[in-house]
Design a protein. Structure first.
Length: 189
């Protein structure tokens, strides 16, 4: 009788458990329309991850347009692939045999937001999902608020120097304090 009671209880809790796990596995936001993905691809950048209490991690990221999809690949300093994802029709999918890499997918989504021209952000994400400002020292900052709008803390923040150049680095800071410094790779070896 006890086993039957536990099974019935488990069956009643299953929808709630599924909803909870689905929320944990949700993909980072991407533009509402693939037409908004004209980001000047291909791009190759050097990214350095800074996380509290952890050593800095160097990575190389390559983003390229492949027909109607965009391919996002992350490599370690030796060129070993860490993540490879395709973004098509507003959804991420694996490209190759690499296991899912949620932090890399989040970085890819954050870079799309950073590289999106500001004039197209409303159409791409919705008017209440982001905010831009210039700080007193001249740095430009763009905040992604997500579907919660201005009532929520930013999911991530992108900051550029006061006088950016094509070779300037910018920083993406996630809500948990992890940051990525993103700088263009030099064309020469």
């Amino acid at each position: 009788m006890n086993i039957r009671f536990s099974f019935i209880r488990l069956r009643r809790m299953l929808p709630l458990l599924t909803l909870f796990l689905g929320a944990c596995a949700s993909a980072p936001p991407v533009p509402l329309n693939d037409a908004d993905l004209d980001l000047g691809l291909p791009r190759q950048v050097h990214v350095v991850e800074h996380a509290a209490g952890q050593p800095d991690l160097d990575r190389m990221l390559v983003a390229q347009q492949i027909g109607p999809a965009s391919r996002w690949s992350l490599f370690d300093p030796l060129g070993v692939p860490l993540a490879r994802q395709l973004l098509q029709n507003g959804a991420w999918r694996s490209d190759g045999l690499l296991p899912p890499n949620a932090p890399a997918r989040a970085l890819f989504a954050e870079l799309i937001f950073a590289w999106m021209p500001q004039a197209r952000l409303d159409a791409a994400y919705g008017p209440d999902t982001w905010r831009a400002q210039t700080l007193p020292d001249g740095r430009r900052v763009r905040l992604f608020l997500g579907s919660g709008g201005s009532d929520c803390a930013p999911l991530w923040t992108v900051a550029w120097p006061a006088a950016p150049t094509p070779q300037s680095a910018f920083t993406i800071t996630q809500a948990d304090g992890t940051s990525w410094v993103v700088s263009p790779l030099k064309d020469q070896p």
